[in-house]
Each structure stands twice: as structure tokens, then as C-alpha cells.
Design a protein around this ligand. Structure first.
Ligand code: CP
Length: 325
């Protein structure tokens, strides 16, 4: 996987996963993203780093945040942007995904942001993409959602820059969450050792040690003293059969509500990648409460996606990269 996303000179070629992404590269993405965060009250500026480039948003699964922030990010980098409406595309006539890729490449695509229900789909597209074309994984199955993982650590860094000392609790359906996997890999690479995943046994990863996390079904223990508490949606679209027998019981045990959150640090950041399911994994008063940085995560997605696309494009154009932070 790393061969596909990192070139022979150690530069980012595609972004497929945060697993194995070098620490220096993650830090460069985060530092570059900082340069793209507009000052408070100042309208965002356009920069010409992707002028003349064409970005295709190719989403085989639904999205609100990721698709629109990729579009905003590409537009702020001065790219032309095409949002493919896959539900109404020729896929319905039997076109293979790779034939769609080749067709859009023939129109002059430079970067694809691809979301797909299959694990490993982004790598499959990258393996078949033309040499000048970059693939950015916008979420593939339960495997990875690297720009979400990066925007999560970017958001955390803006509030709690000492990753080594951080205690992070990730609560809910971790097993089926591509976000959890990408955020955990990024956190581990940045130095965080105390990462707890919390949920009912069937939502916990099969091998927590391999992920570098501890796992518990005890919410009080998992949240105890945590500096960051991240809630996760139940990924019903990736679960066969009944995902949950009793929503009220799940909410009581594992939902982010005042009683459960009281186990965390009083200043803990509350995070969630969205979309949230109110009254299931989080309460609205917590999602929009004082400790919540959920809408910051959304906003930071623009800067982080700008950084990723600018760095990739700069790696293909000598002297044309984003300013070093
Ligand atoms: N966090 C996230 O991926 O949200 P969307 O599904 O709305 O893009």
C-alpha cells in the first residue's frame, strides 16, 4: 500500500491510508493545512496552486461533509471541479468502475477524490490510474478514511498539541469504522499511546493490540480522565442483520450524554466525524455543547483537503508546491 501512495523519493503520490504514513509527512500536511485556515472573520482566499487542474469527486457512497469539503477545497485551490452523480451515471448500465476511471481520465482529470463501499477500492483505482493522475481516498468500506483521520488530528492539535500525553477514548462502532482506523493510525504515528476503544463486544476491533489500542466494554473505565472523547455512528450499512437490539439500552450504556461524559476530563474535547444519530451514540446538547469541536472538524476538513491536494499536485510540478509551513 505504501508503495502506491509514496513515490521513490518519499513524496506523497496518492493518499490511500494513514497507516504507515511517515510522521514527517503527516506533520507537513497539518502544517500546510494551518496556512489554509482563514483568519476569524476574514473571507477565505483563493490560491492558484491547482489552477489548470481538474478534480473529480467520484462518490459511489453518499456523503454530506466529505464531498462538499473536497469541492470547496479544490475550488479554493483554483481547480476545476466536477461532482460525478454516480447514482445517475452509466454505472447503472453496467459500466465497470475502472472504465469510469479511464473515461474521466480521458477528459483530463488530474485528481480523483473517491468514496467507495469496498475495502481497498482506492488502492485498486490508484493501481490503474494514469501516471499523472492522483487518487485521494474519501473513504473505502470499513478500511480507511485518511483525510478524516488527518482532519481529526489537525483539530486535536489545535487544542491539545501534546500528542504524547493525550488520553483518547473512541466510543461506539469501532469495528466497522474507517474513520476510527484512520484516526487511530494517525494518532499513534504522532505519539499518542493511550487510546481506548469503548463499546459492546461486537463493535470492538477483533485485534485491538494490533491496532495499538486498549479495548473495553466498560464506558466508565474507558472514558476515565480522557482528554478527547470521540463518538462514532453505528455503521448499519456495513453490518449484516440487526445491528442493535435495543437502542435505548445502547444509548444509556455507550451514548455520549452528560452522565457518561462525566467520566472524562472536565475539559475533554468531544468529537464525532458525522453524520451524528441523535439519541443513539450522542445527544444533541453534547454535540453542540461547549466541549464539542464537531463543527470545527467539519470546517478543518476544507484546510486539510486543500493541503493534501496541494502537496500531491506540488510533488508532480517541480517548484510548484504549497508554501512550506
Ligand atoms: N465524516 C464523513 O465522512 O461524513 P460524510 O459521510 O457526510 O462525508
Amino acid at each position: 500500500m505504501t508503495d502506491l501512495q509514496i513515490d521513490a523519493h518519499g513524496r506523497l503520490r496518492h493518499l490511500l491510508t494513514t497507516e504507515g504514513l511517515p510522521r514527517a509527512l503527516i506533520q507537513r500536511i497539518l502544517d500546510t493545512a494551518e496556512t489554509f485556515v482563514p483568519e476569524a472573520g476574514v473571507p477565505p482566499k483563493k490560491v492558484p496552486l491547482l489552477r489548470g487542474k481538474t478534480v473529480f469527486n467520484l462518490f459511489f457512497e453518499n456523503s454530506t461533509r466529505t464531498r462538499t469539503t473536497f469541492e470547496l477545497a479544490a475550488k479554493r485551490l483554483s481547480a476545476d471541479v466536477i461532482n460525478m452523480d454516480v447514482a445517475h451515471s452509466s454505472k447503472s448500465k453496467g459500466e465497470d468502475d475502472l472504465d469510469t476511471l479511464y473515461t474521466l481520465q480521458a477528459m483530463g482529470a488530474d485528481i480523483f477524490a473517491i468514496r467507495h463501499p469496498e475495502n481497498g477500492a482506492a488502492a485498486r483505482f490508484a493501481a490503474h490510474a494514469a501516471p499523472h493522475v492522483a487518487i485521494v481516498n474519501a473513504g473505502d468500506g470499513s478500511h480507511a478514511h485518511p483525510t478524516q483521520g488527518l482532519l481529526d488530528v489537525f483539530t486535536i492539535r489545535r487544542h491539545r498539541p501534546d500528542f504524547d500525553a493525550l488520553r483518547v477514548a473512541i466510543v461506539g462502532d469501532v469495528r466497522h469504522s474507517r474513520v476510527a482506523h484512520s484516526t487511530i493510525h494517525a494518532l499513534r504515528t504522532l505519539g499518542t499511546r493511550d487510546i481506548r476503544v469503548v463499546g459492546p463486544r461486537h463493535f470492538l476491533p477483533a485485534d485491538p493490540a494490533a491496532l495499538g489500542v486498549s479495548a473495553t466494554t466498560d464506558t466508565a473505565a474507558g472514558l476515565n480522565g480522557a482528554d478527547v472523547v470521540m463518538g462514532l455512528r453505528i455503521q448499519r450499512e456495513r453490518i449484516e442483520g440487526d445491528a442493535l437490539a435495543d437502542v435505548a439500552d445502547y444509548h444509556s450504556q455507550f451514548g455520549l450524554h452528560a452522565a457518561n461524559l462525566a467520566h472524562a476530563s472536565a475539559t475533554a474535547l468531544v468529537m464525532h466525524p458525522g453524520p451524528i444519530n441523535r439519541g443513539v451514540e450522542i445527544n444533541a446538547d453534547i454535540a453542540y455543547g461547549q466541549q464539542s469541536v464537531i463543527l470545527e472538524q467539519v470546517r478543518n476538513g476544507i484546510a486539510v483537503r486543500m493541503a493534501v491536494m496541494a502537496i500531491i499536485a506540488g510533488n508532480r510540478a517541480p517548484g510548484g508546491g504549497p508554501p512550506s509551513a
